[in-house]
Design a binder for this molecule. Structure first.
Ligand code: CP3
Length: 342
């Protein structure tokens, strides 16, 4: 049905002529056409206006021969739908005026009807699929419950998310209640995205690596796995846990179709931990895109040779950085498109 289905084939573990490639945060700040829009519309206006979100999703696709598009949106639209009023502040990032720090606050939060609160995302999917015209698949996404909780409790970004961790250890009852409410909302949200026609969904656990392996098993993985269990009968689910290499083995026993890995692990070790039957995605160091196009090409070729062309999706180990030269991003993608077996 989709003309270029390399990404789907890799998720299914089918044999491919070369691995597919896309970049986390490809619909974003490194593109001059995205930055140009910033003067006109603020961040969440761009998320909430289906025409703008669809157009931003297409920006990297028009520039580069990518094998998948990811819907432009943000993980924080889910807590917003739950009545948690995040803003995006210039120079600060995500900002919540009244962070969630008590059981009473958590009890007041409701699991919303996603059609009433997130309809703009579903409309953006419809517009985007029309623009994509079945050329490449569209990926839907959400944050992991733990990562969303981190922002809700901290109220902003953080290096260590120690306020969120403190809340976990002092008030586990409130934390589990909030994680479950986020999980229930996320499942309903992603189900609707799948009905609208995304080809796969990715869960971003950007701050899972802040937890010890023991606490990961209590506060992050069980909730991600609920999402995987609920959605894997419907579509492919990809889990990306930044800094979560310690959990790869456990994750590989789940019904996920693929696991994302950051740049701090060798391909051989990741492969050993997840076994031969799991697709891996990653893991180029995003700051390595500052190297010359020649070096990028050489390193990407080596990375593919080490992961192997099958059951592998080329990507960065985290989102693309804002000031990466356009030609360096192009070198990364071209190295994959032009890759030939030895
Ligand atoms: O990947 C894509 O191209 C799709 C779009 C996408 C965005 N955010 C757009 C965005 C995706 C998948 C996300 C996910 C997201 N959002 C995550 C998980 C992935 C990750 O990178 O770890 C997280 C933690 C967030 C929360 C968030 N939103 C942060 C921390 C920031 C950066 C704030 C800052 O000032 O640095 C955002 C803003 C954001 N989300 C931008 C984009 C393009 C930048 C907005 C701008 O500068 O105009």
């Amino acid at each position: 049905m989709i003309k270029n289905d390399l990404y789907i084939k890799a998720l299914k573990g089918e044999t491919v002529e070369r691995p597919p490639v896309w970049m986390m945060r490809q619909a974003g700040r490194f593109l001059p056409e995205f930055r140009a829009m910033r003067d006109e519309y603020d961040f969440f206006t761009r998320c909430r206006t289906p025409e703008l979100a669809a157009e931003i999703t297409m920006m990297p696709i028009r520039r580069y021969p990518l094998d998948a598009a990811i819907l432009f949106s943000d993980i924080l639209v889910v807590p917003q739908a739950m009545g948690i009023d995040f803003e995006m502040r210039e120079g600060v990032g995500p900002w919540l005026e009244t962070p969630i720090r008590t059981l009473e606050q958590v009890q007041e939060i409701e699991v919303p009807n996603v059609d009433d609160t997130l309809g703009y995302v579903f409309d953006a999917i419809e517009l985007t699929l029309h623009k994509l015209d079945k050329q490449i698949p569209l990926i839907g996404f959400a944050g992991s419950p733990w990562t969303i909780l981190c922002y809700c409790v901290e109220g902003k970004g953080s290096k260590a998310f120690d306020v969120a961790k403190k809340f976990c250890f002092e008030n586990p009852e409130a934390v589990h209640l909030l994680l479950q409410k986020i999980t229930d909302t996320t499942i309903a949200y992603l189900k609707r995205k799948i009905e609208k026609g995304v080809s796969a969904v990715q869960v971003f656990d950007s701050w899972g690596g802040m937890l010890s392996p023991y606490d990961y098993q209590e506060f992050s993985w069980p909730y991600i796995n609920q999402i995987v269990e609920a959605l894997s009968p419907l579509t492919h689910v990809v889990v990306f846990g930044k800094g979560c290499w310690f959990a790869l083995e456990e994750m590989s026993l789940s019904k996920s179709s693929a696991l994302g890995v950051d740049w701090t692990i060798r391909p051989e070790i990741a492969r050993k931990l997840v076994g031969e039957n799991m697709t891996l995605q990653g893991n180029f160091d995003p700051s390595r895109l500052y190297s010359s196009p020649e070096t990028i090409k050489k390193m990407v070729t080596e990375m593919i040779d080490r992961f192997g062309k099958d059951r592998y999706i080329v990507n960065l180990g985290h989102g693309i950085l804002p000031n990466i030269p356009l030609e360096n991003a192009e070198a990364f993608i071209r190295a994959v498109v032009d890759w030939k077996p030895n």
